[in-house]
Design a protein around this ligand. Sequence first.
Ligand code: FES
Ligand code: FES
Length: 164
Amino acid sequence: MFKRQVTITVNGEARAVELEPRVLLAHLLREGLGLTGTHIGCDTTSCGACTVLVDGSAVKSCTMLAVQADGHEVRTVEGLTRASELHPVQEGFQEEHGLQCGFCTPGMMMSALALLERNPEPTEEEVRWALSGNLCRCTGYQNIVKAVLWAAAKLRPAGTGGVR
Ligand code: FES
Ligand code: FES
């Protein structure tokens, strides 16, 4: 069976793997690298549970071949936590009760992170637009949007709206 060698930087660490070209990035992350925080809810680009960042952009990893990530930087929800501290996006979901079953949460967080890295001061409408590719079957979105706005406030430097 034909295999290809790829090197992908995953959460800051270069990972060299050999895989069949047909393998999806979501499957490489979960089954090849054990990063099961990236969820698979549909496999058809509909739900967003598999969202990761590729070179800073939110990507549905069930829609991308792993070989396409060769030489690129991938961030997953596991990379959010710094040392033992929650990332402000994670804190926001905790503070604003932005989850129930948690299945959609990793994808929601990664879409939120992509938004906040390019737009640190989003409006509620911009948050809703950024999350429009992520489906939640539980919470009804209101608290998820509040969680992202909470994180935006926490991430802003003091004196520009700052931590509330
Ligand atoms: S599993 Fe990728 S969009 Fe649903
Ligand atoms: S919290 Fe259950 S699917 Fe979103």
